[in-house]
Design a protein around this ligand. Structure first.
Ligand code: SAM
Length: 145
């Protein structure tokens, strides 16, 4: 499994609580401070410091890994729409067909609009108890390409 933008590791902790082996989880975080915190708190997890928008370089020798799912907390609303679409398309290319990319966002709408690429958009959940409240969106391959 791949987690992008784990920050303080709240979701990392929840993923590990499902029983996944730490070495099966790869986390990519841009901030060196958060990376230090994550490495100290989640031994065994592959914590990589780097840019989620440039995963081939960031993942290095793991770039060809086929993940079973991806969760992203990277703040997509800070980026133009064409870059968000390219981001989701890149993530979907790292999953088997039908498997999900889950994206967290603080806005009311999907940060990646439907109809701009080979993906479906599904609202998954609204987590009111998160600070700030967070929407979860799921993206999947629309058809084989
Ligand atoms: C909203 S926070 C994630 C919150 C996290 N889920 C938590 O509960 O602590 C977004 C995170 O994405 C990281 N980030 C932002 N841009 C990134 C990028 N291009 N590549 C990797 N991480 C990035 C930030 O450093 C920050 O830790």
């Amino acid at each position: 499994m791949l987690e992008l933008g784990p920050g303080t590791g709240v979701i990392t902790k929840a993923i590990l609580a499902t029983g996944i082996a730490p070495e099966k989880l790869i986390c990519v975080e841009f901030s060196p401070e958060f990376v230090g915190h994550l490495r100290a708190n989640y031994p065994g997890v592959n914590i990589i410091q780097g840019d989620a928008f440039n995963l081939d370089d960031t993942l290095s020798d793991k770039r060809d890994t086929v993940f079973d799912s991806i969760i992203s907390g990277v703040p997509l609303l800070n980026f133009p729409v064409h870059q968000r679409v390219a981001y989701i398309e890149d993530l979907l290319a790292r999953l088997p067909a039908g498997r999900p990319v889950v994206q967290l966002t603080y806005g009311p709408k999907s940060p990646v609009p439907p109809g701009l690429g080979n993906y479906t958009v599904e609202h998954f959940d609204f987590i009111l108890r998160n600070i700030p409240p967070t929407q979860l969106w799921i993206y999947r391959r629309a058809h084989a390409s």
